[in-house]
Design a protein around this ligand. Structure first.
Ligand code: ADP
Ligand code: MG
Length: 651
């Protein structure tokens, strides 16, 4: 079944080449039990690696079950190893983070076969007398037991050939003979066994002993009582070509990635910290941004889109009261004459603001006082649902009536009904006639911390102003917005005798300008936050790449073992990519939880408007996946490129 002709293998160590095999020719029949003996460095392992398809010869032919091996690709060799070869190594090479039974089942994942292999694995463990240890970890077992598990693993795919490189090298005499008893048993059942050893009493178990020296076969001796190898039904070799993206395989990788993440909890957590912070800040910031935007939009909507606001000073920020040097102070007469503009104007209200000290019984609260005209309620959606709006008479006669915001109501009255109660505003008695509808926060400003009083009362009794701070105008329709603006502009210029080119003493804004300003600020904010998040995600990604590179180095021998039992390049690559994505996704999910938690805390304790969106969660999660893919790629490639023999030798 095995035939090699004149094979050589030379290793390059620095400058000087080492000829490990110097022309070895050998035939091995099906069902033979062969021991390869020789001093250390004589080329035994090199020969076995080539026979086991873990390595390829530099020159010479190798026919396995009638097929020339030298033309096969790496992936084909892996598939052949998975199907026809079982390996037992001196160092056992069990994976410590998996249970015994999972170690035994490991080769199945690369077989491309679906199904549950637990039963098969248990049966193999039974064969080596360890079925009662199925759920133990390898490090809870003695060396002899571990090697028996390794034999069970070598048997799981029912291979025709067992390759054993110094299987008893790390074991005491009693355990060594136990292992040999198992191998002999397997030989009796028809397995071909090729074993490397340097101990004569171990070699005695075999039927045929090949002795090597300096890379050549010195002696090839069959024991006299050994049965001659059957030549009858030689099996032929099929090479399976399996697709990489098989569901069973992928599931297996996901489970293994999960095991690896779970077995390194602290390390995973630390290495995904960057991702976690990045994702959490994206979520929290997006929630804050969306909250601020929606509360502002809400407010704009309640103001009505046809609203104009007149203020003294320049429209350009930071240029107030420059230019001509005047700062227009509007009067009640200005408001009245704007109201008289025909057709264009629907409502007008003058506006003054200031601060006031509110007192009710023993409660004290300093708040904002806003004086407003009759139409303000309709224009700004300020008409109370509890209580009533001012009457025209109350406004004309400077009555001492007040409509309080919800914050003021709760501060002064708690649970008592404030309507018809008397409060003091700056030491003047007012009767509360209503509670203004709640408007929430505008950024950090509480819009419900306010007391509305009639415009005239505010000007002449509370704040002592004989001018208006501003005028609100509601235009009859949005089409009239521009004409109304021009008409008001002309009117104010005429009334205040301003030059036509005087730009800076007052300004008229409409809500579209507010909206533009708003979207400009949110744009800046999102860009800023976006770049902070991007930086932390990139830093987090580099952290992941670093830890994955460490992990690849640490697990070099594991990679070697996986390749030996049939993992192809793509399989190893896939496994490490899934692992790195698993890590970043873990970080991402924790980050989402933290981000949502922070948003909730901000809204409950600081009262900020927040709005977590499913979109932001999805964006953040998919970003963490992309980062895992991107930064996992190079380490995965590095792992996949390792040569099986070198990886197995790695100390
Ligand atoms: P044995 O198993 O009989 O002890 P090996 O086949 O492992 O011998 O090694 C044969 C020779 O090849 C030794 O001199 C060893 O140092 C050398 N050798 C084996 N593998 C490598 C390698 N990967 N790189 C360099 N030299 C190697
Ligand atoms: Mg060796």
């Amino acid at each position: 079944m095995i035939e090699v002709v004149n094979i050589t293998r030379t290793y390059q160590i620095g400058e000087s080449p080492v000829n490990a095999l110097n022309g070895v020719s050998l035939k091995i029949g099906q069902g033979e039990f062969i021991a390869i003996m020789g001093a250390s460095g004589s080329g035994k392992s090199s020969l076995m690696h080539i026979l086991g398809l873990l390595d390829v010869p530099d020159t010479g032919q190798y026919r396995l079950m009638g097929r020339e091996v030298s033309g096969m690709s790496e992936d084909e060799l892996a598939s052949v190893r998975n199907n026809v070869a079982g390996f037992v190594f001196q160092q056992f090479h069990l994976l410590a983070r998996m249970s015994t039974i999972d170690n035994v089942m490991l080769p199945c994942i690369y077989s491309g076969k679906m199904g549950d292999f637990r039963q098969d694995a248990l049966q193999r463990l039974e064969m080596v007398g360890l079925s009662h240890r199925a759920s133990h970890r390898p490090n809870q077992m003695s060396g002899g037991e571990q090697q028996r598990v390794a034999i069970a693993r070598a048997l799981i795919r029912d291979p025709m050939i067992i390759f054993a490189d110094e299987p008893t090298g790390n074991l005491d005499t009693k355990n060594s003979h136990e292992i040999m008893r198992i191998l002999t048993e397997l030989h009796k059942k028809g397995k071909t066994i090729i074993m490397v050893t340097h101990e004569a009493d171990i070699a005695e178990y075999a039927d045929r002993i090949i002795t090597m020296k300096d890379g050549v076969i010195l002696d090839d001796r069959r024991k006299s009582d050994a049965p001659s190898p059957q030549r009858a039904s030689e099996a032929t070799l099929d090479v399976a070509h399996l697709p990489l993206l098989q569901p069973a395989r992928m599931m297996g990788f996901v489970v293994q990635a999960f095991q690896s993440i779970v077995s390194n909890k602290i390390r995973t957590l630390l290495s995904v910290l960057g991702i976690l912070v990045g994702v959490a800040s994206v979520i929290a910031m997006m929630a804050l941004g969306a909250g601020a935007r929606s509360s502002m939009e809400e407010q704009l909507k309640s103001m009505g889109s046809n609203l104009l606001s007149l203020r003294g000073g320049s429209a350009r920020i930071g240029h107030a009261a420059q230019g001509s040097g005047t700062f227009t102070r509007f009067t009640e007469k200005d408001a009245e004459s704007i109201a008289e503009i025909p057709e264009l104007v629907k409502y007008v209200s003058g506006d003054v603001t200031g601060s006031g000290q509110m007192v009710y019984l023993d409660k004290n609260w300093s708040s904002n006082v806003e004086g407003v005209d009759f139409d303000f309620g309709k224009m700004r959606a300020a008409e109370p649902k509890v209580g009533r709006w001012f009457t025209r008479e109350e406004i004309q006669t400077r009555d001492k009536v007040a409509i309080i915001g919800t914050t003021v109501a709760s501060q002064l009255f708690g649970d008592t009904n404030p309507i018809d109660k008397t409060i003091k505003i700056n030491r003047i008695n007012f009767t509360v006639i209503g509670i203004a509808p709640a408007k929430g926060f505008n950024g950090p400003r509480d819009q419900d911390d306010i007391v509305l009083v009639p415009l005239t009362t505010a000007m002449y009794r509370v704040l002592g102003k004989d001018y208006l701070d501003g005028i609100f105008v509601e235009v009859s329709s949005s089409a009239n917005l521009e004409p109304a603006k021009q008409a008001i502009d002309a009117l104010i210029r005429k009334r205040h005798k301003l030059a036509a080119n005087d730009q800076d003493s007052f300004n008229i804004r409409d809500m579209t300008q507010f909206q533009q300003m708003l979207s400009a600020t949110t744009q800046t904010m999102s860009t800023l936050l976006g770049s902070i998040a991007a930086i932390s995600l990139v830093v987090g990604g580099i952290g992941i790449m670093n830890i994955m590179l460490v992990s690849v180095t640490e697990r070099t021998r594991e990679i070697g073992l996986r390749k030996a039992i049939g993992a192809r390049k793509g399989d190893i690559m896939m496994q490490f990519i899934i692992e790195s994505v698993g890590m970043t996704l873990t970080g991402g999910i924790i980050g989402v939880i933290v981000g949502v938690g922070v948003s909730v805390l901000l809204s409950t304790f600081a009262g900020w408007a927040v709005k977590t969106s499913v979109l932001s969660v999805m964006i953040a999660t998919s970003f963490s996946v992309l980062i895992g893919l991107f930064f996992g790629l190079w380490p995965a490639q590095k792992a996949a490129g390792l040569k099986p023999v070198e990886a197995l030798r790695y100390e």
